[in-house]
Design a protein around this ligand. Sequence first.
Ligand code: EPZ
Length: 419
Amino acid sequence: MQKLIIKGGKRLRGEISLQGCKNSALPIIAASLLCGEDCTLHNCPELTDVYSAARILNCLGCRCGFSGNTVMVDSSEVTGTEIPEVLMREMRSSIIFMGAMLGRMGECTVSVPGGCELGPRPIDMHLAAMRKMGVDIREGGGRIICRAAGGRAKGAKINLSFPSVGATENIILCAVTADGETVVNNAAREPEICDLCGFLRACGARISGDGESRIVIEGQLKLTGCEYSIMPDRIAGATYLSMTAASGGEIILKNACVQDMEPFLTVLEQTGCSIYTGGQNIYLRSGPRLRAVPDRIRTMPHPGFPTDAQAVLMAALTVADGTSVFEENIFDCRYRHTDALVKMGADIQVLGKVAVVKGVSALSGACVEATDLRGGAAMAAAALAAEGTSEITRICHIDRGYEKFEESIKAIGGEICRV
Ligand code: EPZ
C-alpha cells in the first residue's frame, strides 16, 4: 500500500494551476450517456473516481478514450442497462448514472453506491423523485430495478426537502429527455450543478434556473454530442490555499473560479491572510501566525461555507492564535480526521456537530491514516505545517479527488514523496 511522507515546517511559496473539478466531471461523464454521439470533455482531472465513471460507461457499451485532461466519450451504442455492484461501490457518484440511464434507456438496474464514509448517505430523495417522474422502482437482494412506464420518464414537479446535490443532478439527468416539463423546487445551487447544466445545454437540453432554487427543465426527445470544458475545482483550490496559509506562506492559484470560491475566501480572510483576486487568479499571503475565525464556521449548502472545505480549513486553524468553532450541518460523520490532527498535537474537542479548535503553538509530525478524501487532504495540510516528518497511509482516498497531489505541493516548495 502506498503512503505519503511529508517533512513539514517549510513556508510554502509558489504557483499552482488548479485542476478540473471532480464533482462536476463525474455527473458530466454520466450525462454524456444521454447524447448518443461523440462528446469531448476538456480540463477533466485524472483521478481514480473519473476512471471509475469511465468503467461504468464501458460496461454499458460506450467507449471512452483519455488523452491527458481530455476525455472522448462515444455513447452511440449502448448494450447494457445494469451497473454491477462492484462498480457501484467504487464511488458515491455511481448513483448519478441512474438518472442518465433512465433518460437514455428508460430503465436501469443499480445498487446502493459507495463513496466516502461521512455518516449515513441515503438515496431516498433520488428514489422519491424518480418515482414522481413515473419510474417504477423495485428494491430487493441489494439491487434497485428502475423502469419508466412506456420507456420514457415523465416531467413532474418535485419539491426537495433538502437541496441535495446528487438528487438535483439525478433529476436533471432524467428530466432532460423526459416527456414534458420538470420543475425542481429547493434545488441545490452548487456551481457544479451549473456546470452540469452548461454541458447539457451545449448538447441541446433546455434548462433554466440552475444556480437558483427553482430549476425548470423542458424534456427533449434527443440530445447531441458536444465539446465542453469542465470548470476548475473550488475544493482543491480551498485545499491548497489552506495548506499555504497554515505554513505562513504565499501562493498564486491560477485557473480558479473566484466567484465560486467566495464563501470560502470570506472566511479564510478572517484568519488575517491577505487575499487578492484578479481574473482567474487568487493571490494569498499569510503572516507568520494565523488568527482564529471569530464567528462560528457553519457548513451549509451553497452559497454557504462548503462542507468539503471544513477539514482543510480546520487543519490550518489548529495552528492559529485563539479558538475557532466549526458546526458541520451537512454530514453526520465529517470529523473523522480530527483524531489524526490531535495525534499531531492539535487541540480539538468534538461534541456532536460542533468542533472546538484551540490553536496550539506548533504541530509535530506523526503517522496517520487518511479517513476520507478531504480528511486525508487535511492531514497533509497539517503535516506540511508540523515540525518533523509525517506518514499518511490509505492515500487511495486522496487519489480519488486530487490530481497530481504531490507535484502540486512540490511546486509550492513542500517536501512530500510517495513510497
Ligand atoms: C455531493 O455529495 C458531493 N459529491 C460531496 O463531495 C459534497 O460533500 C456534497 O455534495 C455536499 O456538497 C459529489 O458531488 C460527487 P448531498 P452528495 O446529496 O450529492 C442527505 C467530496 O469530498 N441526503 O447534497 O452525496 C445526505 O445524507 C464529496 O468531494 C439524504 O438524506 O451530497 C447529506 O446529509 C464528499 N437523502 C445531505 O443530504 C438523499 O436522498 C447532503 O447530501 C440524498 C442526500
